[in-house]
Design a protein around this ligand. Structure first.
Ligand SMILES: NC(=O)c1ccc[n+]([C@@H]2O[C@H](COP(=O)([O-])OP(=O)(O)OC[C@H]3O[C@@H](n4cnc5c(N)ncnc54)[C@H](OP(=O)(O)O)[C@@H]3O)[C@@H](O)[C@H]2O)c1
Length: 211
């Protein structure tokens, strides 16, 4: 049996990516699930891996792809009962998302949120896990506190604004243009600062108070 996967033929530009028939995956092991991939997120790290500068860690798939969405095809032993064959999921991966199927530990699965398409969900795990682990698990940002996000209109920033507002946190953002700040405001940012327009007094002290 074979499946299709995107293979890095040799380090290089986008032309280094080739769709090939490759050996099918083994059955999922203890605590793992087999996912039929619907869509994959494209991350900067994939690009660097394609250039040969970011090899996958030992034991990871040789195919690129650090996040995906899809449908559970099979369950290994001792997978928590919240997951079942046929569930639509998205997953954080150590690699292998650019393929028809991927095996992933159940702990790296997320349900597809209501109102989010299966395709869009492929772009959720990397940003969600990055923001949640750094801002909430490590820094313990809590309701009632204020949160300054530089690069508010970035991928990380736009996700951080939404989850922080959802949790009752005051959000201040900086960005490099009025258009970017308008997007941040639409997502719920309370204070929006164009860092290219700060006057010298604001740059020195109390720079956000009049904003
Ligand atoms: N996205 C993810 O899932 C993810 C996961 C893990 C780690 N990261 C890391 O988190 C950081 C932010 O990632 P991101 O995906 O949020 O980035 P992004 O969407 O590409 O946004 C980067 C932001 O940085 C600002 N910036 C400042 N100087 C820049 C320059 N010279 N060129 C381009 N942008 C510049 C820009 O905002 P202004 O114009 O407002 O300054 C821009 O919106 C990166 O270091 C990335 O590797 C991201």
């Amino acid at each position: 049996m074979t499946m299709k996967a995107v293979v890095i033929s040799s380090p290089g530009g986008p032309e280094a990516l080739e769709v090939r028939e490759v050996e099918d995956l083994p059955a999922p092991g203890e605590g793992e699930v087999l996912v039929k991939v619907a869509a994959s997120g494209v991350n900067r790290a994939d690009t660097v891996q394609r250039q040969g500068k970011y090899p996958p860690p030992p034991g990871a798939s040789l195919y690129p792809g650090l996040e995906c969405s899809g449908t559970i095809l099979a369950l290994g032993a001792n997978v928590p009962s919240r997951w079942a064959v046929g569930d639509q999921v998205c997953a954080l991966l150590t690699g292998g998302g650019y393929a028809e199927k991927v095996v992933v530990p159940a702990g790296q699965l997320l349900p597809v949120p209501e109102g989010v398409s299966l395709t869009d969900a492929a772009g959720l795990p990397e940003v969600a896990c990055t923001v949640w682990s750094t801002v909430f698990m490590t820094s313990h940002l809590s309701p009632g506190e204020s949160f300054l996000i530089h690069g508010g209109s970035s991928g990380i920033g736009t996700f951080a604004i939404q989850i922080a507002k959802h949790l009752g946190i005051k959000v201040l953002v900086t960005a490099g243009s009025e258009e970017k700040l308008a997007a941040c405001k639409d997502l719920g940012a309370d204070v929006c600062i164009n860092y290219r327009r700060l006057c010298s007094t604001h740059k020195r002290r109390n720079w956000w108070k009049g904003c």
